[in-house]
Design a protein. Structure first.
Length: 479
């Protein structure tokens, strides 16, 4: 497929990513092995091993959301995903709100992935004692490597994420098979773990909304997000009307299946529920007990690579969003961040901004506050998806069709309604519990900061919020 300009814009980015590479971008962002590695401890602490069954509910709900997102991605193939969809189908003011929410989430997620790489994989791999200052230095070093590679070539990002996909599949299938084999041989582990409530046994509210079992959805809610990252690279995709939406849906389905397989294997392989729950690093503890210290090191190398791919694809995605908003003069210092290198065809200033933002978080945000900030970021993607589904229900009759593009046909309305109901449930689980109040306040603060910038833009540069480049092209037939 040859390159062509998108309506309203020149073709500044290079179309070079095929269907599998687009799938790899979304799948690497989800990173099921990394997500479970990071959240399995929360599941055990909150609901015991039986909490893994909430993964299935979350997988179904997030697949419904992905189907709605794919409907938009098939119609508007511009960097910026939900920012572009809302700007063109509602109005630029609403679109800016989507863009700000997405920027807050992605900017935090990029540094969170690299900080987890440092503390959960790199330091244990090299037997470095837990030390927050050391972890932060390592995080900055990782960010530096990623920004250099991301600036140099989008193709490098695609190659690394494609390798990460194969590695993730190998981790999940290989580790699952090895753990089940070890259980069969040694007898250390039990199928009965799958129904054990562990430390939550006897809780009166175990099955209540907002109770321990419902809160165990955290594993799926933290992991099965970011599948729309392929849409942020839509201007660099070949045949984007088909490859991008398919990448979004298939990545969620694949991650859901592989994730549940991994969770079952880990849970069955628990030799002592209480000891593993109290270990603080249950996945590593299970690997060490069942497979030995040497195999634990091998797997930590695999997890390190997977973490690196997550951080890198998140950095690239965030940079494309900054570029997209700056191109429309709706981001601070937009004249700088809209620039694309004629040599590398990548948005260099926007990518450097993501790097500097990560460094600033590592240097200036104290430990407890950083943890609270990262926790708060789990609310943001669900809030974004909720708004996307509401937008879809509001404008779906305006959407045109394109021959050969992804479409749900007559199922689009029931799928969207079910997705909206699911997101309302998921948000209530994250927002309503008393222990989430700090995270709620942080999210509120981010929204307030965005509102202040929006007010300044509305007063001093209102015209950029009134018009949209090529907006008429996206409505009606022939879309």
């Amino acid at each position: 497929m040859g390159e062509r300009e998108e309506p309203g814009y020149g073709n500044e980015l290079k179309r070079q990513l095929g269907p599998f590479q687009m799938f790899a971008v979304s799948f690497a962002f989800i990173s099921v092995a990394v997500g479970i590695f990071a959240t399995y401890d929360d599941v055990l602490q909150l609901a015991g091993p039986a909490g893994i069954w909430m993964w299935l509910l979350t997988a179904v709900g997030q697949t419904l959301v992905a189907l709605v997102v794919a409907q938009f991605a098939a119609r508007i193939v511009l960097s910026g995903s939900s920012y572009q969809w809302a700007s063109r189908l509602a109005n630029p003011k609403v679109g800016w709100g989507f863009g700000w929410l997405s920027f807050c989430f992605l900017a935090i997620a990029a540094v969170a992935a690299d900080n987890a790489l440092a503390s959960q994989a790199f330091m244990p791999l090299f037997n470095i004692a837990p030390d927050e200052s050391v972890a932060r230095l390592i995080t900055v070093g990782v960010l530096l490597v990623q920004v250099i590679l991301t600036i140099y070539s989008t193709k490098i990002v695609a190659v690394i994420t494609s390798m990460a996909v194969g590695l993730e599949v190998a981790i999940v299938f290989g580790l699952s098979a090895a753990l089940i084999g070890a259980v069969i041989i040694t007898g250390d582990g039990s199928v009965s773990n799958l129904t054990s409530q562990g430390s939550a046994a006897g809780a009166d509210d175990y099955f209540h909304l907002g109770g321990p079992l419902a809160l165990a959805m955290i594993a799926g809610l933290v992991t099965l997000v970011g599948f729309d990252s392929a849409a942020n690279l839509a201007e660099e995709a070949e045949d984007p009307h088909r490859s991008v939406p398919r990448a979004i849906v298939f990545s969620v389905v694949a991650a859901s299946i592989l994730g549940f397989l991994f969770l079952v294997a880990l849970t069955v392989a628990i030799p002592d529920v209480k000891a593993v729950t109290d270990s603080g690093a249950p996945v590593a503890a299970i690997m060490r007990e069942q497979l030995g210290a040497a195999m634990e090191k091998v797997l930590l190398v695999c997890f390190l690579i997977a973490f690196f791919a997550v951080g890198m694809v998140t950095m690239a995605t965030t940079a494309r969003l900054v570029f997209a908003m700056s191109r429309d003069s709706r981001f601070p210092a937009h004249r700088l961040f809209r620039r694309v290198s004629p040599k590398t065809r990548t948005p260099i200033p926007a990518t450097i901004l993501v790097f500097l933002g990560g460094v600033a978080l590592m240097v200036f945000v104290p430990g407890d506050s950083l943890i609270k900030l990262i926790t708060a970021s789990t609310i943001l993607p669900l809030l974004i998806y909720f708004c996307v589904v509401v937008l879809y229900l509001s404008v779906r009759r305006k959407l045109g069709t394109r021959e050969g593009a992804f479409s749900l046909g007559r199922f689009e309305l029931p799928v969207a309604v079910c997705a909206l109901a699911w997101l309302a449930l998921a948000l209530s689980v994250l927002v309503l519990p008393a222990e989430s109040k700090t995270s709620d306040v942080i999210v509120g603060g981010l929204l307030l900061a965005g509102a202040l910038f929006f007010a300044g833009m509305y007063v001093f540069n209102r015209e950029v919020l009134e018009t949209e480049p090529g907006e008429s092209v996206y409505q009606g037939e022939g879309l």
